[in-house]
Write a protein that binds this ligand. Structure first.
Ligand code: TXA
Ligand code: MG
Length: 322
């Protein structure tokens, strides 16, 4: 596949929206950087984003929404969130918020977490695409893992041109720096990533932010990252479940596990497995079993990201921070 490069005129937007609705990927301009977009409600499309980026792990993605009303449908906005949204949306600010009960956004886009990052972009092409699709668009920056965020359609074409259907070309990004990310899921607002909106501006609206980096003791890089952790203990590389375990199976050779068995992909398709991963883990976690046994997953392509999350979910838990 080689991406078609389109101008974001009416015809280009309509074609890109149709591609997204069909589960395909579209790179599109925002005022910060170009995004690699997929239908945020479609697990397979979201799995395709991770595959296209070659990310070795599932970092949660930002869901782009057309306006505050669409944001309110997906997440719970408190007074701080409403203040920031009123002042800075549309714009280069992403808010991490609690997912609303029944939130239809793919759990894979949240990497299994109970929170969702939301942003209303300011770029007219991004807003037109969101309006045409009528759904949120999950989009990380449109670069392969380990490369700089792209600020032109040419950058996107160079690195991801064979992995997306359409690239909407609107010239260079005006800001050229990713959005500022503020975590409002806890009592204290936390800066997760400095970016295109100055921290001072945010603090003038809602008061001081906790910097993500500070704490009473130094933490190793990576420890800040929160990840999905089931209540039940997990046993990896299992052939089958023992009496009190439920089974997260994979592939055609899976035993017929009965009630508490879910197969991530009976055909052994890693994209299908990624799409099902967090929803199935949650279901097994609530199945009444004592533990979750997990069959081995091939450690290639999306399998690496799946195994990364499974290892983290199986790791002994450090005491939770307040
Ligand atoms: O400007 C931007 O933000 C661009 C454009 C395309 O909107 N997007 C972008 O996405 O930079 P990405 O995936 O490259 O960076 C998103 C960051 C990641 O570091 C991710 O860990 C964090 O947002 N993030 C997303 N959802 C989160 C959540 N629920 N909790 C904590 N962090 C989250
Ligand atoms: Mg990025």
């Amino acid at each position: 596949m080689t991406a078609v490069v389109l101008r974001p005129d009416d015809a280009g937007i309509a074609r890109a929206a149709r591609a997204l609705a069909a589960g395909r990927l579209v790179a599109f301009p925002t005022e910060t950087v170009y995004g690699l977009g997929g239908d945020a409600l479609n697990d397979r499309a979201v799995a395709g984003i991770f595959a296209a980026k070659d990310r070795p792990r599932f970092n949660p993605l930002i869901a782009h929404v057309v306006d505050l009303a669409m944001a309110e449908d997906l997440a719970v906005l408190d007074a701080r969130a409403r203040t920031l949204a009123a002042r800075f949306w549309p714009g280069p600010l992403s808010l991490v918020l609690p997912r609303r009960a029944g939130c239809p956004v793919s759990l894979l886009a949240s990497a299994g977490l109970d929170t969702l990052a939301l942003r209303v972009p300011r770029h007219p092409a991004a807003l037109a695409l969101l309006a045409a699709l009528g759904r949120p668009i999950a989009a990380p920056s449109a670069n392969p893992s380990g490369r700089l965020s792209p600020t032109s359609a040419a950058h996107v074409a160079e690195w991801l041109g064979d992995r997306v259907d359409i690239i909407l070309d609107s010239g260079p990004s005006s800001i050229g720096l990713e959005s500022t990310i503020v975590d409002l899921s806890g009592a204290r607002a936390r800066l997760l990533r400095p970016g295109g909106l100055a921290v001072e501006e945010i603090e003038s609206a809602i008061g001081p932010l906790d910097p993500a980096e500070t704490g009473d003791r130094p933490r190793a890089p990576g420890m800040l990252e929160s990840h999905y952790a089931p209540q039940l203990p997990m046993r990896l590389d299992a052939d089958a479940a023992s009496g009190e375990e439920s089974l997260l199976a994979f592939g055609p050779a899976a035993p017929d596990g009965g009630r508490a068995c879910l197969n991530l992909s009976p055909t052994g398709d890693l994209a299908e497995a990624a799409a099902n991963l967090f929803a199935y883990l949650r279901r097994l976690d609530a199945s009444g079993a004592r533990a979750i046994a997990v069959m081995p997953i091939p450690d290639a392509g999306l399998g690496r990201a799946i195994n990364d999350r499974l290892r983290r979910a199986a790791a002994p838990r450090p005491a939770r921070r307040a």
